[in-house]
Structure formats: C-alpha cells, structure tokens
Write a protein that binds this ligand. Structure first.
Ligand SMILES: Nc1ncnc2c1ncn2[C@@H]1O[C@H](COP(=O)(O)OP(=O)(O)OP(=O)(O)O)[C@@H](O)[C@H]1O
Ligand SMILES: O=P(O)(O)OC[C@H]1O[C@H](OP(=O)(O)OP(=O)(O)O)[C@H](O)[C@@H]1O
Ligand SMILES: O=C(O)c1cccnc1
Length: 470
C-alpha cells in the first residue's frame, strides 16, 4: 500500500500547525456527509471505507519531514509533532454498500483536532470517488435488471487509481465482473472479457479470426461481430464457427455487438442465432452505454443478455462529482465535547451540530425502512417507538412529523483499523438487501420520491439554539 499521508491540502497542515500550538490535547469531532445525490437520484451507495482503513493510521517518514522543512512554512516544534505523533483518532462509519441519504453522517472522526483536521482531504477523496462510482453502478445495474453488467472502463477512467478503485466500487454497486485485471487480483473479484476489433483486423478475414479464437478458447467464444457488418458477415461467420465448435463438443458462448442500432441489430442477430440452432448463445452489447440507454434498449424489447459498460460508469460522466464534505461538529471544552455549527448565507448549508448517531427507521417488526433519523449520540432512540421528528432538510415545508410504531437501527459503527477486508461481491449482496428494504418509489431512476431524513427534537432544538445564539 502506498503511503497516502501527504495526500492532503496544504491548508490542513497550516491549520494543524496552529492547532498544535493553541490546543494540542483538544479533541474534536468531524462529520462527513453530502447534500446532493448525483444524477438527481434519491440515495448514494457508500463505498471506500476499506481504502481508508488501508491508508490508516497515517504517519510521516523522515523524508516527508525533510520535505516539510524545505517548504520553510513551519517551525521545528510542528515538524517534531508530525514526526512523532501517535495516531489517536476514532472513526465511526456506515458500512460500505449501504444506501445513504443527504445530510446524514456517513463517517465521523473523533480525535485530537490537529490530527483529525489532517484527515479531511484523504477521507473525502476516497469516499467521494468510490461512493460516486458505486452509486452510478447501482443505477446502471438497476436499469439492466437481472442481466449482468461487465465493467469495461479502465481505458477511459481518469487515471489508474480511478480505474482500480472505480472497478471495486462498480462491483459494490452491482457489476458482475470487471475487465480490469489488477482490480481482479487486488480485490478478488471476477474478471471477464471478450476480444477487441484488432483481433479480427489482424487476420486475413473475419472467419479465420473467429476460428483462431475458437481454437484457443473453445469454451469462451464470445465473438465480436461488428468489425465489418453485423448481419451479413459477423453473425453468419460466428454461426459457422459455433457449428464447428459444437461438432467438437463445445457449446458456444455468444456474440458481442459494439456499434449501430443495437435494438434492431440484436433482434435480427437473435433470430439468426435461434434459426441456426443456438438459442442459448448470449448477446452482449457495449458502446457508450448508461442507465438511460439500457432502459431504452430494454423498453424497445432488445434481446440482450449482458451489457459491457465502460466510460459512462467509470467516470460517472452524467454527474461526475459527489460533493461530500467534512465539517466540525463538536470540540472539547473543559473535558466535554461542545457542539459546533457552521451557519452560512444559504440555509441549505447550515450544519447539524454535535456528536450524532444515524438510525434507519423500520415499520415495527418488518424490514420496511421508511425514513432515517439523526439523533445526538446519547439519546435513547433505539428504545423508543414514538417521537416527534423534524425534517433535516432546511428547505422542507412540513417540518414536524409524529413518527410511531417503528424500530430504529443504528447505522454508524466503530471502525476497526485492523478489520479484515470484505470481498466487494459480499458487499454487493449486503447492498442489494439494504436497497430492497427501501420504499420502491425512492428507487426509480427518474424523479424518485424523497426519502426523509429527520432529526430528533433535541437535535433540532440544539441546531436552532446555535443558529440563533450566533
Ligand atoms: N436502439 C437504440 N436505442 C437507444 N440508444 C442506442 C440504440 N442503438 C445504439 N444506441 C446508443 O446510441 C449511441 C450512439 O450509437 P452509434 O452506433 O451511433 O455509436 P457510434 O459511437 O457513432 O458508433 P461507432 O462505435 O460505430 O463509432 C451509443 O451510446 C449507443 O449505445
Ligand atoms: O463504450 P464504453 O462504455 O466505454 O465501453 C468500452 C468500449 O471500449 C472498447 O472500445 P474501443 O476502445 O475499442 O473504442 P471504440 O469506441 O472505437 O469501440 C469497447 O469496444 C467498447 O466500445
Ligand atoms: O472484454 C471486452 O470486450 C472489453 C474490455 C474493455 C473494453 N471494451 C471491451
């Protein structure tokens, strides 16, 4: 694992330098949350916790300290502090794969303020990226239904890290496999793929190219049929090779189409394959696919079995930013954590103060989640079945709601920095279960219904008090 301790903005060090002088032992709590869901969806799939665990505890090497010294920004006392500090931050996080909603904390950091401040950029870059791609993958796999999505994006990702961790996040969000071999090795997820046009172009003709492929991969013969002409050349040549394979006792896998009008080509290719006696040969489609094109193709009745999805998934190109933020929620005074708030010009940006817990509320004795609730950490929410709740969205008109007959399950859990990494496919399974618990109206891709995130009365009053008292 690379040392990512310096992957932070300069101002974090500048602040830590001052904190080290003014409040060395003072502890603080920071929250990570976001305000807007990409693609106007209703929820984000959280991902990236494992990479944060891998990057911690952070520390600085003698070379790092030499580099800091060369900047001539800070004195020896701060450089000694950086060289010698013992990591003492405690993280709580909502597990990877969980659907999460605006304004609720996905992660909290509690620790000496100079250390906790230094974590901001690193935690955000990891969580924002992986959660963004897991969320996009969830949208794409939702559109595809039970048809597998192969993640094909490495070549179009914004650099190697986005390709590698994006592939992991794509699997968390629902992709069945990745074409990225390094991601396959690092995260123990399935790798899969077909062939490129270069394979076909390299041989004297398409039939020879298909035959050679079938010779080397008799049981993995997904042939790319659109190099010359799908219907007059690609599919007929594939059928010829499929017949030869079957004569030798191998069942062909199928074809891939990567251009043209996919609905019409897949329909005609299906008929040719069926008529030739290959109803089980699968049709894989690729070419700048996303959830909208996939929905449209399926709506057009295109007989597609698998989708290969690259650039629009790995870059989340339609909505390429998840703006998770890191905000101070409490700071120690006289041995107690005192809630803090950020009030800004825009009501939307007022933060929720204090050390908190996030609960998923289920209708009593069911797995039907209907809302989330943010509470102060020491409120006994899990024992209650009735309460007055305040919408955490400052723009909401129906501020107060009476909630009753619910079970509350806490979502933020302590993070063990030594915890064993889970397989992304297991996280995917967990994620699907957690999504299944949400109301169907909140899951549709277009104009999903709002899933409410409430605050307890105590928390709402605290927020009001701090807004009015400042
Ligand atoms: N029937 C269809 N309905 C909706 N979208 C389609 C359909 N057929 C293809 N598409 C999508 O339309 C977009 C453009 O397709 P087109 O074949 O013109 O792509 P292209 O990139 O120009 O082709 P090529 O890869 O040959 O250069 C792609 O994103 C493709 O997935
Ligand atoms: O379109 P994506 O969703 O990113 O899927 C991956 C693309 O990568 C390959 O294209 P290639 O690099 O050969 O370029 P092409 O667009 O000319 O096919 C493949 O044939 C897909 O079209
Ligand atoms: O295996 C494939 O078919 C593949 C892999 C990456 C990009 N495009 C296609």
């Amino acid at each position: 694992m690379r040392n990512l301790s310096l992957l932070t903005d300069l101002y974090e060090f500048s602040m830590a330098n001052g904190f080290q002088k003014d409040m060395l032992e003072t502890r603080a709590t920071f929250d990570i949350f976001f305000r807007k869901v990409p693609d106007q969806g209703s929820f984000v799939i959280t991902a990236g916790l494992q990479q944060i665990i891998d990057a911690l505890p952070f520390s600085f090497t003698p070379e790092d300290i030499d580099y800091f010294r060369s900047l001539h920004l800070w004195g020896d006392d701060f450089l000694d502090f950086l060289a010698n500090f013992k990591f003492d931050c405690h993280l709580r996080a909502i597990p990877e794969g969980t659907p999460v909603f605006p304004r609720e904390s996905l992660m909290t950091v509690e620790g000496p303020i100079a250390q906790a401040q230094l974590l901001e950029t690193l935690l955000l870059t990891i969580l924002n990226h992986e959660s963004l791609i897991a969320t996009k993958a969830r949208r794409i796999t939702f559109a595809a239904g039970d048809r597998p999505i192969m993640e094909f994006g490495a070549r179009r990702a914004q650099g190697p890290d986005s390709a590698i961790y994006g592939a992991r996040a794509a699997v968390i969000g629902g992709a069945a496999s990745t074409s990225n071999v390094l991601a396959g090795k690092l995260f123990n997820v399935p790798v899969a793929g077909t062939m490129a046009h270069s394979w076909i172009e390299a041989y004297p003709d398409e039939l020879t190219a298909f035959r050679q492929w079938a010779k080397y991969y008799p049981d993995n013969s997904a042939l790319l049929v659109d190099t010359y002409d799908v219907l007059s050349s690609g599919v007929p040549n594939a059928i010829t090779v499929f017949k030869e394979l079957r004569a030798k006792g191998h069942e062909p896998v199928g074809i891939r189409i990567d251009s043209g009008d996919i609905a019409s080509l897949s329909r005609q290719a299906r008929k040719l394959l069926d008529d030739a006696g290959f109803p089980k040969a699968k049709i894989t489609i690729s070419n700048a696919l996303d959830e909208n094109i996939i929905e449209s193709l399926l709506h057009q009745g295109a007989p597609i079995d698998n989708f290969g999805v690259g650039e629009k998934l790995i870059t989340s190109s339609s909505s390429p930013v998840l703006s998770g933020v890191y905000k101070l929620a409490a700071i120690e005074e006289d041995g107690k954590l005192i809630p803090k708030i950020k009030i800004s010009d825009s009501r939307e940006k007022v933060t929720i103060p204090g050390q908190k817990q996030v609960y998923r509320l289920y209708r009593h004795n069911t797995n039907d989640a209907f809302a989330d609730l943010i509470a102060l950490i020491d409120e006994p929410v899990a024992d209650q079945h009735e309460l007055n709740a305040y919408d955490s969205n400052p723009l909401s008109v129906n501020k107060v709601q009476k909630l009753n007959d619910f079970d509350a399950v806490p979502l933020l859990q302590p993070v063990d920095l030594n915890q064993h990494a889970s397989n992304p496919l297991d996280i995917q399974t967990f994620s699907k279960q957690a999504i299944a618990e949400l109301p169907d109206e909140t899951k549709r891709l277009t104009n999903p219904d709002t899933y409410h995130v409430y605050m307890t009365t105590k928390l709402a009053e605290l927020q009001d008090e701090l807004v009015n008292g400042n």
